[in-house]
Design a protein around this ligand. Structure first.
Ligand SMILES: Cc1ncc(COP(=O)(O)O)c(C=O)c1O
Length: 300
């Protein structure tokens, strides 16, 4: 029983860590952290959005409108939480946004502004931040806001340690996508503190020319990544990510999102090279926004 929908978020943790039985062998254990068990955007973004919003509200902020540059899960989580906290969201989207995202934002009551920016670049979010300042709106900016990795450290990263320790295991490899770098950095920090260099953190980025919602190439210089010593970095194409989604669905019955499909493909290459050990894969969201895109690859 939950007294309100924010409790559903905060008291619903930890998100599950599930063993992927089809991938386990003698000497190899594979676990997936399911971030789509968060209630609002059904993604890894509910917790940072809640934490960023909570921090400004606790500081006594009087502004009631939020301006944010977003193309996906942050916008959905923010639109939902703005409703809960009595705020209004004006979402600034890059050109040709995913139609499902636009519909979900509008269903949630957000104002949607489609811009001419190709993708979310520093130039884009700086422009939104300046506009917010000028028009006396709030701006959270997940790319710069330390409340983003902060909550991943306290929750997602800590949960991985506690969940594995509860069954007497320690991770050897963690595979995660890179967007703002918020969650991979938090995981790296927490796990290095706990296990030192024996734990290896592996990043996943879209292959050149591919777009995978939520993840970006490291050349875009995400803020916290400079503090992460990546053991390996894998390029995954859009098609490979979609095929990863289909393989997870057919082997484990889980309908995961495209960046999860990319993480899965990176894990397959990593484990083929490294062999045994305990692997943790972070699955950021589920399939529901990408059904048409995955289905198109299935039919090709
Ligand atoms: C689906 C999906 N995967 C991966 C990520 C990357 O997460 P982070 O911003 O913590 O690097 C995001 C972030 O928006 C996402 O929405």
């Amino acid at each position: 029983m939950y007294p309100d929908t924010v409790s559903l978020l905060k008291d619903g943790w930890p998100t599950p860590l599930v063993r992927l039985r089809s991938e386990c062998r003698e000497g190899r254990e594979v676990w997936a952290k399911l971030e789509f068990y968060n209630p609002f955007s059904r993604s890894v973004k509910d917790r940072p959005v809640w934490n960023m919003l909570r921090r400004v509200l606790e500081a006594g902020e009087g502004r009631r409108v939020v301006y944010e540059a977003t193309s996906g899960n942050v916008g959905i989580a923010l639109a939902a939480l703005c409703n809960v906290y009595g705020l209004k969201l004006k979402a600034f989207l890059p050109r040709n946004p995913p139609p499902v995202t636009v519909k979900l934002l509008k269903i949630l009551g957000a104002e949607v502004v489609e811009t001419d920016y190709e993708t979310i670049t520093p130039e884009f979010w700086r422009w939104v931040a300046e506009l917010a300042e000028k028009e006396e709106a709030l701006n959270l900016n997940q790319f710069e806001n330390n409340a983003n990795p902060e909550i991943h450290y306290e929750t997602l990263a800590n949960e991985i340690v506690e969940q594995l320790e509860a069954i007497g295991r320690k991770p050897d490899y963690v595979v995660a996508g890179i967007g703002t770098s918020g969650h991979i950095y938090a995981i790296y920090k927490r796990l290095r503190e706990r296990y030192g260099e024996s734990v290896k953190v592996v990043g996943v980025q879209p292959a050149p020319g591919s777009r995978i919602p939520g993840i970006k190439r490291v050349e875009t210089k995400p803020k916290w990544l400079r503090n992460v010593e990546l053991y390996a970095l894998f390029d995954v194409s859009f098609e490979e990510a979609a095929l990863g989604v289909i393989e997870v669905a057919r082997r484990e019955g889980l309908l995961v999102g495209l960046s999860s499909g990319a993480v899965y493909q990176a894990y397959k290459r990593l484990s083929a090279r490294e062999g045994g050990g305990t692997y943790v894969l972070v699955f950021p969201d589920d399939i529901f926004k990408y059904v048409d895109a995955v289905y198109a690859v299935l039919q090709a």
